[in-house]
Design a protein around this ligand. Structure first.
Ligand code: PSU
Ligand code: MN
Length: 306
């Protein structure tokens, strides 16, 4: 399978300049039009401001694209819900049919690694969903977690959304051998909120330390990802208790309407946006941009070790 690189990304990889992969599900399914196009552009801008080259990944006409031009970005943003949400299992289908697909964390991580890109920045990772009823068990576990067990890449995220079962998600990351780092924090961030009551495996306070750990992972040939958890910016974050109320309502509606599978995350995000009067969108944007910036700094620190 041929990967189709933009000229800019191909040139940067060849010249040994820092490159940061960005996902496209956040554009097609995470935000409404036209906010999503603006966000896609701002994520790329944040990477550039730190001296790195952004590589937004998506499937267009059955081609695996590494680095999009503004036309490609616009097509994904305008297509929104019509564009297939592509996790790893969906790649053969969408590529085989010659269609368009927005890649999730799992699919983006895999493609970025195949493309020789070491760092990938996103908003939040998927995880273990909350059970449908109290005391129950959920078997809806995002493929993002399994992918991070077998792809040696670095993922920068604001932890996982509290629409998920965070303790179960953190346990699963441990089981799967993912190295979880809290960037300037001792706890696993809860996406909209800076705090959770879950301790993070290891705290790091600067990008040189992160780069040293990535180099150690690579030196040993370990397969798992390094997951860097960057708490949402202070001025945009929302208190956990406040999110929890909206979340309870959104989860109830999902259950009443029989929403399941890959439709769950986009549904809950859209409901939270309405229930919060748009506040969750503000945090989501701010944290994704902060993660793109941190990803670029880590990519730079990694290259300066070599
Ligand atoms: N978190 C967000 N916005 C998103 C997603 C996660 O804040 O749009 C997307 C990511 O692409 C992630 C996917 O990989 O949702 C997880 O979906 P699922 O749980 O169906 O694997
Ligand atoms: Mn799922």
């Amino acid at each position: 399978m041929q990967l189709k690189f933009s000229e800019e990304v191909a040139g940067a990889l060849k010249a040994g300049r820092p490159v940061v992969a960005l996902e496209s599900t956040i554009i097609a399914h995470g935000f409404p039009w036209p906010d999503n196009l603006e966000l896609g552009r701002r994520l790329e801008g944040a990477v550039r401001e730190q001296g790195a080259v952004p590589a937004t990944i998506a499937i267009l006409d059955g081609e695996v694209r590494i680095g999009l031009d503004d036309g490609g970005l616009t097509r994904l943003a305008e297509g929104g819900g019509e564009i297939a949400k592509c996790s790893v299992r969906d790649l053969p289908v969408v590529i085989g049919r010659g269609g368009d697909g927005a890649t999730t964390v799992a699919a983006t991580a895999r493609i970025a690694h195949l493309a020789g890109i070491a760092v990938f920045a996103t908003g939040g990772i998927g995880g273990v969903h909350r059970p449908g009823r109290p005391g129950g068990v959920s078997h809806d576990v995002s493929a993002d977690l399994y992918e991070m067990a077998r792809t040696p890449i670095t993922v920068v995220s604001a932890g996982a959304k509290s629409i998920l079962d965070l303790p179960a998600t953190v346990e699963m990351l441990e089981t799967l051998g993912v190295t979880v780092l809290g960037f300037g924090t001792d706890c696993f961030p809860a996406f909209f909120s800076r705090e959770s009551d879950l301790p993070v495996m290891t705290r790091v306070d600067d990008v040189a330390a992160v780069a040293a750990m990535i180099a150690a992972r690579d030196g040993l040939g370990l397969e798992g990802a390094v997951l860097v958890c960057n708490p949402p910016p202070r001025d945009a974050a929302i208190a956990a208790a406040e999110v929890e109320d909206w979340l309870k309502q959104a989860l109830r509606q999902a259950q009443e309407q029989g929403i399941g599978g890959s439709a769950t995350t986009p549904f809950l995000l859209a409901r939270l946006r309405e229930l919060s009067g748009g506040r969750t969108v503000g945090v989501n944007k701010a944290l994704a941009i902060a993660n793109a910036r941190l990803g670029a700094e880590i990519a730079g620190a990694l290259l300066s070790r070599r």
